[in-house]
Design a protein around this ligand. Structure first.
Ligand SMILES: Cc1cc2nc3c(=O)[nH]c(=O)nc-3n(C[C@H](O)[C@H](O)[C@H](O)COP(=O)(O)O)c2cc1C
Length: 187
């Protein structure tokens, strides 16, 4: 299995407005592959423009916010590149689509990394941040998972939150949990 980089991509609408969404970029040989399911704004934008940006962040609140409806994260323009990056990014990559593998459900956009740049130090892995990331992914798939599966995953992920979260990670966890609990209560 290839490595997947969980990041936040900025694509551009045909009018040139930035759109941000969490996405896993698959590293496969010389290419990085974006594989968004249909329908999504990110997919639509990738079909209409070749250049986009990946932001790498260790702020779990960004992933939590994006899956719970907050999109107003500050962006920073990049010199000579049309798609801005997250201002809080530790690093970013500028990607250009090289070719596309068409698919009804999940086309694959094979990209070249044109440039990568670091902005802040990365201070190491953290289990609570990983747990929030897992919960955020879970929160985008609620309709496809049984309650039992969701409850079991949460029980495991909670251990990392209780043992290793700082205040930002707790805030992020609570945001995602509110969405998941609402789903469990309503369904
Ligand atoms: C960490 C993370 C990684 C994700 N990776 C993907 C992915 O690779 N493909 C996909 O279709 N959705 C992925 N999602 C879900 C998308 O973010 C979600 O489909 C979103 O609605 C797409 O946003 P858009 O319609 O605003 O473009 C991921 C979500 C998270 C939290």
């Amino acid at each position: 299995m290839p490595l997947i980089h969980e990041c936040v991509v900025t694509t551009l609408t045909p009018e040139g407005r930035p759109h941000i969404a969490p996405l896993g970029l698959i590293e496969e040989g010389d290419h990085w592959i974006a594989a968004p399911f249909r329908p999504s704004t990110t997919l639509f934008n990738l079909e209409h423009g070749r250049k986009f940006t990946a932001s790498f962040t260790d702020d779990a609140r960004v992933f939590a916010g994006l899956v719970t409806g907050t999109r107003s994260f500050p962006l920073t323009d990049i010199d000579g590149w049309p798609a801005p990056r997250l201002s809080c990014a530790l690093a970013h990559a500028e990607l250009e689509i090289d070719h596309v593998e068409a698919d009804e459900l999940r086309p694959r956009f094979f990209c070249r990394v044109r440039h990568m740049e670091s902005h802040r130090p990365f201070l190491g892995m953290n289990r609570a941040r990983s747990a929030v990331l897992e919960a955020a992914i879970l929160a985008t798939r609620l309709g496809r998972l049984s309650h039992e599966k969701i409850e079991n995953e949460l029980a495991y992920l909670t251990i990392a939150i209780e043992k290793t979260a700082g205040s930002a990670e707790r805030e992020a966890w609570d945001m995602v949990m509110e969405k998941i609990r609402a789903h469990l209560a309503s369904a």
